[in-house]
Design a protein around this ligand. Structure first.
Ligand SMILES: [Zn+2]
Length: 499
């Protein structure tokens, strides 16, 4: 991977120290697969149910029961692997990861260890204007654990409650190569990964509901060094912005330690988003601490090449392909296509506006500026945006045909946010028709000159600059409806005839 900018001397002492080191970051992302039932039983995965109502002997880990693999979970994991160019292993093996925790009733988690479902692949990200490939180590299937809750008990006594609704919910763990170099790159990588999962419709990407969780492995090494430094793992990162902040925090902490001649201790840190600090949670466990062994209750997962090819054939168009197609078919800049493919729905909306108006670039401009400005304010997805693609397409068409000015179009757009009519009807109803009739424009010019005798006299006296002021006044008087060139002609005509 290419080096970032050369070290710059800055006033910030932290930045100066940071410049001497290269951060190395790898992410482990857990994504909840959008199946109706859990991975090894038929319990519902629906979010928000009353605690411990979506459980059965299998996910409670009661003795004498056997897990049965959910085929849809395998399908979704393979779709993800194919989408990022992983090798899909024809045989993968489930393994028990043994550890004790109150939210893990079986005393082990069924995961995959030395024979995961997918290996390799990459995610391409656009970070600060530069395209970069972030390699993937693996993607494997596993079950989620339950959830511990720590409500304040009677008289301040702390209590712990366990909700096992989530125990056995299917997850994929996506492990990146240590290819990331900053918190910002991690942010872009996560955004892209989420985009791919949502395009595939295999994960809802909802971080608030825990559908997407991330742990970050962070280390630093002197610039130019080949060997990795000792890494720490930050957990509890439940928003992409926290990931970015926590990584930046941890880089600074490690750099300060190394600069002070201290050693980095391999440990697990917990991010406290309220105080913006990462604190020691426990010393980092090694793989052997989990005593992995093959899950004896499940057969190895064998997939046929024909089945894998069948999955490949049904993959939807993915963000990169869609972006390239928009550039090719609509002739819009790559930047526009990047913005417009944020979600599949936004891209579809754009394509409809472009087709309806016959104006691909103007359609793109209107969506990127006016539509997205409103959406950023309201947080609305495009699916519930009050102006549908048909009405916006008609508006863009009217601007292109010079039926209305861009300025009037903005007024019409504002009206359309709260009114159901099409742009033509709104123009009629609110008297927004342009004034391009010569007689009307001359009448307007006379009115304005009468109201501004001083500037009018100045102009006649040779002060050409005053003309712009008069044009502005006339435009204001017409509420932006006057045809700009024709208005100027009318003004000059009136000024000269009265001179
Ligand atoms: Zn169950």
């Amino acid at each position: 991977m290419s080096e970032v900018r050369p070290p710059v001397a800055e006033a910030d002492p932290k930045a100066a120290a940071r410049a001497k080191y290269e951060p190395v970051i790898g992410l482990e992302v857990h994504a909840q697969l959008k199946t109706a039932s859990k991975i090894f039983c038929s319990c519902s995965t629906e979010f928000g149910a009353r605690a411990n109502t979506q459980v059965c002997p299998v996910c409670l880990g009661l003795p004498g029961v056997l897990p049965v693999l959910n085929e849809r979970a395998v399908l979704f994991a393979v779709m993800t692997g194919l989408a990022v160019g992983s090798t899909i292993n024809r045989r993968s093996v489930f393994a028990r990861k043994n550890y004790f925790y109150p939210d893990l009733p079986k005393g082990y988690q069924i995961s995959q260890y030395d024979r995961p479902l997918c290996e390799g692949g990459a995610v391409e990200v656009l970070a600060e204007g530069v395209r970069k490939r972030i390699g993937l180590v693996r993607i494997h299937l596993e079950e989620d654990a339950g959830k511990s809750l720590h409500p304040e008990g009677k008289e301040g006594v702390s209590t712990t409650r366990v909700d096992l609704n989530r125990a056995g919910v299917p997850l994929i763990e996506i492990v990146s190569e240590p290819d990331l170099r900053s918190g910002a790159e991690a942010y872009h990588y996560l955004t892209k990964l989420k985009q791919i999962l949502v395009y595939l419709d295999v994960c809802d990407g909802n971080m608030e509901e825990g559908s997407l969780r991330c742990d970050a492995n962070v280390s630093v090494r002197p610039r130019g060094a080949k060997e990795f430094g000792t890494k720490t793992e930050i957990k509890n990162l439940n928003s992409f912005r926290y990931v970015e902040k926590a990584i930046a925090f941890e880089i600074d902490r490690q750099v300060a330690r190394v600069e002070a001649g201290e050693r980095i201790v391999q440990e697990t840190l917990l991010w406290d988003s309220a105080r913006n600090v990462a604190e020691t949670m426990r010393s980092k466990e090694e793989a052997h601490d989990y005593r992995y062994f093959p899950e004896p209750d499940l057969l190895p997962l064998d997939l046929t090449p024909a089945w894998i090819d069948g999955v490949r054939a049904t993959l939807p168009e993915l963000p990169d392909a869609l972006r390239e197609r928009l550039v090719r078919e609509q002739g819009i800049p790559e930047y526009d296509a990047e913005v417009l493919t944020e979600t599949r729905a936004l891209a579809t909306y754009y394509e409809e506006v472009a087709t309806r108006s016959g104006q691909p670039k103007l359609a793109s401009n209107w969506i990127m500026t006016e539509v997205n400005a409103v959406r950023n304010k309201t947080g609305q997805p495009i699916e519930s945006f009050p102006i549908d693609a048909g009405r916006l397409g008609d508006l863009v068409g009217m601007i292109a045909a010079e039926k209305i000015s861009g300025k009037i179009a903005k007024t019409v757009f504002e009206r359309m946010l709260s009114e159901a009519d099409g742009p033509e009807a709104i123009v009629q109803k609110h008297g927004l028709l342009p004034i391009d009739d010569e007689a009307a424009l001359r009448a307007l010019a006379r009115e304005v000159l009468a109201a501004n005798p001083g500037p009018a006299a100045e102009f006649r006296g040779g002060k050409e600059k005053t003309f712009a002021f008069l044009v502005g006044q006339a435009m204001k008087q017409s509420r932006g409806r006057a045809h700009p060139e024709k208005l100027q002609a009318a003004l000059r005509a009136v000024l000269s005839e009265e001179a």
